[in-house]
Structure formats: C-alpha cells, structure tokens
Design a protein around this ligand. Structure first.
Ligand code: SAH
Ligand code: SF4
Ligand code: F3S
Length: 459
C-alpha cells in the first residue's frame, strides 16, 4: 500500500498546460497522490509554468518566494512539503531554477510527466532532480487517457491534446524550444479519449496543439489524416455535439479543414487564427511566412465555406523595427477582417530567440501606446459583434451554475458567455436561448419560447 499524499497543482499559461496538469494528476494517482485545493496543507506543490513572455516567467519566481516561507514553516511543524516546477519555464531554465530558488526539489519539463512518481522518490531521498529530456512519443504512449474521476470530465466541456510542439520558429517565440518539435498523437488514442469523454457526459471537446492544424497521423483506413479528417471522425461520436480546436497557424489551414467547417454542424463556427501583425515587413521579420494579403484571402475562403464563422487572433505590438506605418497596417488589417475577440501583447524579448538581440527594439512607452490603441479597436469590435447577437435565438450549451442562485451559464457557438435563469438540471443540454441583453463580459438571455409577454399594453 502506498502512503496517501496530497498534491496541489497551480497552472499558468495556455490550455495545454491546463490539460497537462490533469495528466500530472493522473500520473501521480498510482503513487498515492490525491489532488487537493488547499495549497497550505499539500504534501506536494507543483507549478505548471509558462515562459511565453517575461511577465509570465517572473510570476514563477515570485510564487517560489512565497512557497519558501510556507515550506520552512511546514518543516518546522514536522510536515514536510515538496515543491516542483514543471512546464515551459522548467524546460527553458532547467538547473538555473534550482540554483536561483533553493526551495525547489524538482524541475521537470513538459515531456516526462509520466515519470513523476520516480522523480519524486528520488527527490525524497535527497536528490535535486532536474529532468528536461524531450520524450514526446514516450509521453503520449505513457500518459494515454484520463484516469481519475476528477480528470476524466471536469464538466461538460473538455480539452484534448492531439499535437504538441512546433517547427515554425517564429522569431519572437520560445515554444519551439520549450515544447520541442511537432509531434502528433496517434489517431486511435485520440478517438479512444474522445469516446471516453463523451461517455463521461462531455458535450464539447476542444482539440489542443501548439500548432493544432499541423496535426497529421495515420487513420484507421491506412491513409494520411490531417485535422479535417480527424474532426470529421470525432463528429461521429454520439454525444459530442460541439468540436473546437486551437491554436492554428494560417499556413496549415488546408482545404480539408476548410471543408470540415462547411460540412460539419458539430464544428463550431469559431476560429482562432493568429496573424500577429498586418505589416508584410514585420511578418517577414517574424518568420510567419505569409503576407497580410495571404491572410485576407484565406479568411475569404473560410468565410465562403462558413459564412457565420467568428474570428479571433493574437497580435504583438512593438516587434523590433516596427514603425508607425507598420503598426497602422496592423490596424487596417483589423478593420478589414473584423474580429469577435483577440489577445494582444507588447513584444517581450525572450533570451535565445532570434528577435531578442535585433536592432530596433521599441521603447516601452511606444509599445504601451500602440497596445492601447489596438485594444481599443478590438474591444469595440467585440462589443459590436455581441450587440449584433441581441435579439437572436441561438443554441447555448449550458455548462455550469451562474453567479446568482437560479441562474445558469453557458456558451454560444461563437464562444460568447451567456447567462440565463434556468434550472441547473439543464447543465449539459444545448438549449435555444433568445439573447436579451449585453453586459461587458457576457450576454444575458431567456429560454426561447419563455420570453416575458410584452404585448400586455396592446389591445
Ligand atoms: N502557437 C500559437 C501561439 C502560441 S503563443 C500560434 O502560432 O499562434 C500565444 C501568443 O503569444 C502568440 O500568438 C503571440 O501573439 C504571443 N507571443 C508569443 N511570443 C511572444 C513574445 N515574445 N512577446 C509577446 N507576445 C508573444
Ligand atoms: Fe510560437 Fe510561431 Fe510556433 Fe506559434 S507557430 S508556437 S507563435 S513559433
Ligand atoms: Fe506558455 Fe508553454 Fe503554453 S510557454 S503558452 S505554457 S506552450
């Protein structure tokens, strides 16, 4: 019998880290670890970290500072605590973390989580373990499916990693170094996991990958499958009524995938397709390997296939060498496309990436000013899109209880949060909701057919 211990995992960064944190919970279960929501009493605290921008990485060190105090107090009380750093900071900085933060017992990169029980044994014997080997095939092989009740289905929506790593080497980005080269999970494993999720009551699955549409694998028919084929197959699974994927790269949007948007009602009309900049000069310097015009044409093809598709993107302002004219080109592209949502960031120089040492680094104040202008326009586009849905009746997947008693919360096909008064027994159902109002972050609505009778004044 193994000793029962508790583990608290704090997750930073992208959805893949959210998925991986659950996989770590699964990997630790056979070694007797049960998840806890109380950090103060946990036997093991794992930080699943993100290295994408300087701020993200710095958060880890401030958290480690707080943990040092807690760990010392716990040691004095005779209840020792182990601290581990996982994720992309672990991969990027490895032994440096252990040197900079003595509180850390274990540093583990994203590719060997399946070996966690072994690493922790070693750490308990006094070793400071630093493991940053790239072993993606082994990871997919040995972290096959969610095992604990808590990680099979947290609710009616779930993430499912189908691809990891990136070979694109955008000149600003750490991901190819922290996640390694592109690798796809075997098709059979993905189908099995999706079936299991559906069996556990999941209605919506978001397929994850750093470059999700670079997914490729051998299908059960012996043919080469891309994301379009995979999505078509997953759409056959009973109960999986909604499919999404993120994050995709414009260069990997192939005809099959665009056709899937046309043909599959299960594939939600929403696409996160980061463009980063609207200036060809900057796009080239970023090594994105397409022009603004290519992107606009691509969006036209996607919209022709699925006219109601909503688009979102990521943007970087203040990339080295970005002039006012380059930035204006980004604003023009935003006006041309019309986004429903977007993430935008000030360029953050990351050690080891090609752009970090380039000339023409942009002053912080200029970056801040550009970011504010861009975000103002994007926020207005989001507001205008949400306003256009007021009065429409749309299918909403009810996901959880709302903030108030008697209220539930769900999502529209376009990923908008929707609140309405309804019974929590509707959680997991897709119901028609008439959108009646607009708040900053969400829409409110009423179940279709239950609109209050407003005709009372009419004769
Ligand atoms: N694989 C995805 C993006 C992963 S990172 C893609 O190719 O689109 C998420 C976003 O973070 C990126 O789209 C980019 O906008 C931003 N980002 C990445 N590196 C950055 C950096 N050094 N500075 C600022 N933003 C960055
Ligand atoms: Fe980073 Fe570019 Fe790869 Fe996206 S495609 S993960 S931005 S290198
Ligand atoms: Fe961050 Fe790594 Fe994801 S750097 S965005 S956690 S792939």
């Amino acid at each position: 019998m193994s000793v029962k211990r508790t583990v608290y995992i704090k997750t930073y960064g992208c959805q893949m880290n959210v998925y991986d944190s659950d996989r770590m919970t699964d990997a630790l279960a056979p070694a007797g670890y049960v998840p806890t929501d109380t950090l103060e009493t946990a036997d093991l605290v794992l930080l699943n970290t993100c290295h994408i921008r300087e701020k993200a990485a710095e958060k880890v060190y401030s958290e480690l500072g707080r943990l040092r105090v807690l760990k010392e107090a716990r040691a004095e009380a005779g209840r020792p605590m182990q601290v581990g750093v996982a994720g992309c900071v672990a991969q990027a900085e490895g032994a440096e973390i252990a040197a900079r933060a003595p509180v850390v017992d274990l540093v583990v990169g994203p590719q060997t989580y399946h070996r966690l029980p072994d690493y922790l044994d070693r750490a308990r014997r006094g070793e400071r373990v630093v493991e940053t080997e790239f072993a993606p095939e082994e990871k997919f092989e040995q972290l096959p499916a969610p095992t604990t009740e808590r990680t099979i289905a947290r609710g009616v929506t779930a993430f499912l990693t189908i691809q990891e790593g990136c070979d694109k080497f955008c000149s600003f980005c750490v991901v190819p170094y922290t996640r390694g080269s592109e690798i796809s999970r075997p098709v059979a494993q993905i189908i099995a996991e999706a079936e299991r999720l559906a069996g556990a009551g999941v209605r919506e699955v978001t397929l994850l990958g750093q470059n999700v549409n670079a997914f490729h694998g051998e299908g059960p028919d012996g043919r080469a499958w891309g994301l379009g084929r995979l999505v078509s197959r997953l759409a056959e699974i009973p109960g999986l009524d909604r499919l999404r994927y993120t994050t995709s790269h414009p260069r990997d949007m192939d005809d099959d995938l665009i056709a899937a948007h046309r043909d599959l009602p299960q594939l939600m009309p929403y696409l996160h397709l980061p463009v980063q900049s609207g200036s060809d000069r900057i796009l080239a310097a970023m090594n994105r390997r397409h022009t603004a015009e290519d992107y606009v044409r691509l969006i036209e093809r996607i919209r022709a296939a699925r006219p109601d598709i909503a688009l979102s993107s990521d943007f970087i302002v203040g990339f080295p060498g970005e002039t006012d004219a380059d930035f204006e080109a980004t604003l023009r592209l935003v006006e041309t496309i019309g986004y429903v949502a977007a993430f935008s960031f000030k360029y953050s120089a990351r050690a080891g990436t090609p752009a970090a040492d380039r000339e023409g680094q942009i002053a912080e104040a200029v970056k801040a000013e550009r970011l504010e202008r861009l975000q103002g326009i994007l926020a207005e586009q989001t507001r205008a899109f949400n306003a256009r849905t007021v009065g429409l009746t749309i299918p909403v997947l009810i996901e959880k209880s709302g903030r108030r008693p008697g209220q539930v919360a769900g999502r529209s096909p376009w990923l908008q949060a929707v609140h309405l008064d309804a019974d929590t027994k509707l959680i997991g159902e897709i119901v028609d909701v008439t959108i009646t109002g607009l708040a900053t972050m969400s829409l409110s609505g009423v179940r279709a057919g239950t609109e209050p009778n407003r005709s009372g004044l009419a004769s």
